[in-house]
Design a protein around this ligand. Structure first.
Ligand code: NG6
Ligand code: CA
Length: 508
């Protein structure tokens, strides 16, 4: 009797074990879906490393961005690929170094699409993993194939490179066409008032910033003296499309509403939203609610405005009960600039604020402030709050998010650094090629090598040092964050080592 009982109980135990094993297996399923969180890129335009209080700003307060920074991973060595917008956006979306693409330079509003429709992109890769995909905000990667007719569907564009839904501005807030485009169609266009755009010649009888200063509510400083829209002189000429023209002061609220609506509509299944804010790029047009609030003029005011919309957006994720299932990546496309072509008091009212956070250079520069930007990952309940000094680049999101979501896709340039992005490892890249105006430099560990280049060392119009010199420059960022001590002449070994590494990586 006893042995049988023993046998039986063993059987029961085995059964129980196998059941519990099965249960464990079953439990894997929901765990798997947990690796498909919603993914949101919140991408700012020209926001400097030092422009957020989480990174040490004391003259301006960005509580909503800080909440992400202090509740997630705050990277102290996070990089955009480039010191201007178009190449950085190319890099973050394709996982390919933009200097490999000769067209990845600041584009006019009439430029053709520079991402091949054959190219893998973050949204395409995520779509294959079952994601819904959308962009809201600034595009600036070109549209169409040249000679766009803005009165018909404009294509190819974001919808042809992986975004199922798009609500965008074509280029920049200071460039025509000054209209929103939904899935290729100009939003609110009256067919009886067709749009014409040119970056070469004005349309007869149309006022310009250059000839009609009496019509301006904002003064231009350099460039920006073509067509006037809402009293603001722009780059490029535009005629018609009156009803479709955007309202600059409402732009932040407008994009926010689009982003919120998207989230509410798509929350049942995983989505990827690329939410590309226009601030604090020029023209800086804070909504009246924010005017004067920073004491720093419009540049400070639009940073407060951006922080506010980010707060509202996160509230939406919270009220829709998906914040804990959403990985947020917040960064900026390039470093800061004060006067970028309009007299808007950015210089005069700066006070003690340091947009670069003490880094050298700024937008357009090969010095660190050109590409070293705010970089935050946040995933409530999954990412433990931490500060990371791993060197990470927006380029690396492609392979890392592929890994997270179970895709085997990767690109040669994009490193799989998921553990760094989730705050589980301090291990970032060893080497990173940085780009400004299609000139490149190398960050390697704590070191930066800037090869010699022809050209002016300073862009006088924006008053930024570009990092250009006809000699090699070598800096140790750990000891010399501000790049004040060029060690090229005193550390020949390091110079040789980095020069070799740089040429190898650049393939020349
Ligand atoms: C420059 C513009 C600048 C800005 C920049 C693009 C002039 C003189 N300057 O050419 O104002 O629009 O392009 O900025 O036109 S970015 O952040 O989109 O790269
Ligand atoms: Ca930019």
């Amino acid at each position: 009797f006893k042995p049988t009982f023993f046998k039986c109980s063993i059987m029961i135990i085995t059964l129980a074990l196998s059941v519990s094993c099965k249960n464990e297996k079953k439990q894997e399923a929901p765990q798997k879906t947990e690796t498909k969180p919603n993914i949101v890129f919140i991408y700012l335009d020209d926001l400097g490393y030092g422009d957020i209080s989480a990174n040490g700003a004391t003259e301006i307060s960005t509580p909503n961005i800080d909440k992400l920074a202090n509740g997630g991973v705050r990277f102290t060595n996070g990089y955009a690929t480039s010191a201007t917008c178009t190449p950085s956006r190319f890099g973050i979306l394709t996982g390919i170094y933009p200097w490999r693409n000769k067209d990845a330079a600041i584009l006019p509003g009439t430029a053709p699409l520079i991402i091949s429709t054959e190219q893998t992109t973050v949204p395409k890769m995520l779509k294959q993993q079952g994601y819904q995909t959308a962009i809201v905000g600034k595009w600036h990667l070109g549209l169409g194939r040249g000679n766009v007719n803005w009165n018909e569907r404009v294509s190819p564009g974001p919808n042809e490179v992986g975004f199922e839904e798009s609500y965008i501005m074509a280029a920049t807030q200071d460039r025509v066409p000054t209209v929103y485009i939904r899935n290729g169609h100009v939003d609110g266009l009256d067919p009886n008032d067709p749009i014409e755009i040119s970056y070469k010649t004005n349309f007869e009888g149309e006022p310009t910033g250059k000839d009609n200063p009496e019509l301006l509510s904002m003064e231009w400083h350099h460039g920006h003296n073509n067509s006037i829209v809402n009293g603001i002189p722009r780059i490029g000429y535009m005629k018609g499309g009156e009803a479709a023209k955007w309202n600059d002061v409402d732009m932040a609220d407008h994009f926010l509403k689009e982003a919120q609506t998207y989230v509410k509509k798509h929350k049942e299944n995983p989505f990827f939203l690329y939410y590309a804010l226009q601030q604090p790029h020029v023209p800086r047009t804070p909504h009246p609610r924010f005017v004067g609030k920073s004491g720093m003029g419009p540049r400070g005011d639009v940073i407060l405005e951006a922080d506010w919309v980010i707060g509202e957006f996160i509230k939406t994720l919270e009220t829709e009960e998906i914040l804990e299932n959403t990985l947020i990546v917040l960064s900026s496309d390039n470093g800061p600039v004060l006067n970028d072509g309009y007299n808007d008091d950015a210089v005069e009212k700066l006070g003690n604020h340091s947009p670069t956070g003490g880094l050298r250079g700024g937008k357009y520069s090969l010095f660190d402030a050109g590409t070293h930007v705010p970089f935050i990952t946040y995933w409530k309940g999954t990412i433990e709050p931490t500060v990371s000094d791993a060197v990470v680049c927006q380029l690396d999101l492609f392979s890392s998010l592929a890994h997270l979501t179970g895709s085997t896709e990767k690109t040669d340039d994009s490193e799989q650094l998921l553990n760094a992005f989730l705050g589980k490892s301090n291990q970032g890249r060893k080497n990173l090629i940085l780009e400004a105006g299609q000139k490149t430099a190398l960050r390697s560990g704590d070191w930066v090598l800037i090869p010699p280049y022809e050209g002016k060392p300073i862009n006088k119009q924006v008053n930024i040092e570009l990092g250009i010199s006809n000699e090699y420059q070598l800096y140790n960022l750990k000891e010399d964050r501000a790049q004040k001590n060029d060690l090229a002449n005193t550390n020949k070994d390091k110079l040789a080592e980095l020069t070799a590494a740089y040429h190898k990586l650049r393939g020349k």
